[in-house]
Write a protein that binds this ligand. Structure first.
Ligand SMILES: Cc1ncc(COP(=O)(O)O)c(C=O)c1O
Length: 393
């Protein structure tokens, strides 16, 4: 054949059953070839047929989905292009105009923004509750027969609030309300909300699961596969599917997740205690710190405090902003959950969608500094924090 034909139709080297690769093969293909027209047509029927087109399913992405379902103790999972892809996909798939959502007041800003948008543009009622009181949730949910979803975060970003998961998830089950828990900050190493009664767990896999600040991704894990079957067609329409290479990188990160989580938790716990002992630090928010309002619950539902902490400085907003510009080992950057320590100012970044009142209601002070503790040596991080605090005062 002509070189132009030979260049396009490269040799197909499918791995043999013996001598196969140890790592999951990266199937970087948008479409899949068939021998029969009927075979291709039949494969379009649902999410589990042969692979047809990577927006509908891909072997590398499916490997990630099965791994995540296994880690969270779910029946099945769907991977997305980002955490927001997963959250928007689940909300858009399950809600109809006139439905009600009950959500925890302190939520990631992006989730809060989608809920506000759904409420304004599609007539979905959103009612916020503290997350600490099942009776308050039952009141908010029970007032409408159209209450469809309960939305929570295992560890709220950035206040470290741990909602009463057993109480709230139990109440949602009793009322027939589907519960969605964002488990990005805890990861399945520290908490598995499906085991506590949640119906759907969502993740920004960008964070701890992938863990190296080099890839965006999201996922939804379902307690019951019927929910995946309901969500899948909408996500195919939305097109926020995971790219195979992103899924491959995420799988590589997951291999070290338990080891990294141990280091994140150990470092954050030490820094939270040292920060709390400084006179120029007026508050430290870390759920594993005795005195944090969620401490008793955190000890019950988590197996570690996680890697995210936040704190307030006596000098308020100005001191907080000065601090994040003065750190040297830690970097001033958005995101969290990577191997490197990052600092941000939530009120002007991740939670900018919340107005002043919503910020206050969510417990986010104007000068709050958020720190995602990486896996560096904790004493190097502490020296860095001390010099930045001394210069920010
Ligand atoms: C708790 C939480 N959920 C969801 C997201 C959104 O994830 P992504 O940035 O991957 O879309 C974030 C991002 O910061 C987050 O912190």
């Amino acid at each position: 054949m002509d070189i132009r034909t030979r260049a396009v139709h490269v040799v197909d080297e499918t791995p043999p059953p013996a001598g196969r690769p140890l790592s999951v093969p990266l199937v970087q293909s948008s479409a899949f070839a068939f021998d029969s027209a009927d075979g291709l047509a039949e494969a379009m029927a649902g999410p589990d047929g042969p692979y047809v087109y990577s927006r509908r399913g891909n072997p590398t992405v499916r490997a990630l989905e099965k791994t995540l379902a296994g880690l969270e103790g779910g029946a099945s999972a769907l991977a997305f292009a980002s955490g927001m892809g997963a959250i928007s996909g689940v909300l858009l798939a399950l809600l109809r105009p006139g439905d009600r959502v009950v959500a925890q007041r302190c939520l990631y800003g992006g989730t809060y923004a989608v809920l506000s948008d759904l409420s304004e543009r599609y007539g979905i009622q959103v009612v916020y509750v503290s997350g600490d009181d099942p009776a308050e949730f039952e009141m908010a949910a029970g007032r409408s027969a159209r209450t469809r979803l309960l939305v929570l975060e295992t560890i709220a970003n950035p206040t470290g609030q741990v909602p009463d998961l057993p109480g709230l998830l139990g109440a949602a089950r009793r009322l027939g309300v589907t519960s969605v828990v964002d488990n990005s900050l805890a990861s399945p190493v520290l908490c598995r909300p499906l085991e506590l009664g949640a119906d759907i767990v969502v993740h920004s896999t960008t964070k701890y699961l992938a863990g190296h600040s080099d890839v965006l991704g999201g996922a939804a894990v379902f307690a019951d596969d019927g929910l995946r079957q309901a969500v899948w067609p909408r996500t195919v329409e939305l097109g926020a599917c995971a790219d195979p290479f992103a899924a491959w990188l995420t799988l590589r990160g997951i291999a070290t997740l338990p080891l990294r989580m141990r280091e994140h938790c150990a470092g954050a716990a030490v820094l939270a205690e040292r920060l709390a002992a400084r006179p120029d630090v007026t508050a430290v928010h870390y759920p594993w710190l005795a005195g944090h309002p969620s401490y008793p619950l955190a000890r019950k539902v988590l197996s570690g405090g996680g890697g995210l902490l936040s704190f307030e400085l006596a000098g308020g907003r100005e001191a907080g902003r000065a601090f994040i510009e003065r750190v040297r080992v830690a970097k001033l950057a958005l995101s969290l959950g990577g191997v490197e320590t990052l600092v941000t100012h939530p009120a002007s970044t991740s939670h900018r969608e919340l107005g002043a009142d919503a910020l206050a209601a969510a417990g986010i002070a104007a000068g709050l500094v958020r720190m995602s503790v990486g896996i560096e040596a904790v004493d190097d991080l502490w020296s860095d924090i001390e010099q930045a605090l001394d210069r920010a005062a």
